[in-house]
Ligand binder design. Structure first.
Ligand code: ZN
Length: 93
């Protein structure tokens, strides 16, 4: 029952939960409620906006291939992006 500060201490575990649903989201098969939840989260979370943008682009590319599954390597890379940003709260590039 802890309320985490939303501003600087970004709750990346929330992001990871959403990332687990990203493939469905990108496919447009994600549950409507979750979809809205994810989009609401993205409004306040630049990390997820970047990840989702990257992810949907990747998915679009992969849709041109016969393999419907997102490779684990892609997911791993997404997690790494979040982990990196977790250590660099001031993303000033
Ligand atoms: Zn997020």
């Amino acid at each position: 029952m802890t309320s985490e500060p939303a501003a600087d201490n970004h709750a990346t575990h929330d992001c990871r939960r959403y990332i687990d649903n990203l493939s469905d989201y990108a496919d447009g098969t994600l549950d409507d409620d979750l979809c809205r939840e994810l989009e609401t989260h993205m409004e306040h979370c630049e990390n997820c906006r970047v990840v989702v943008n990257t992810f949907t682009k990747t998915v679009t590319l992969y849709h041109q291939l016969p393999a419907p599954e997102i490779p684990n390597t892609v997911r791993e890379r997404l997690y790494k992006v979040l982990d990196l940003r977790e250590f660099r709260p001031e993303d000033d590039e």
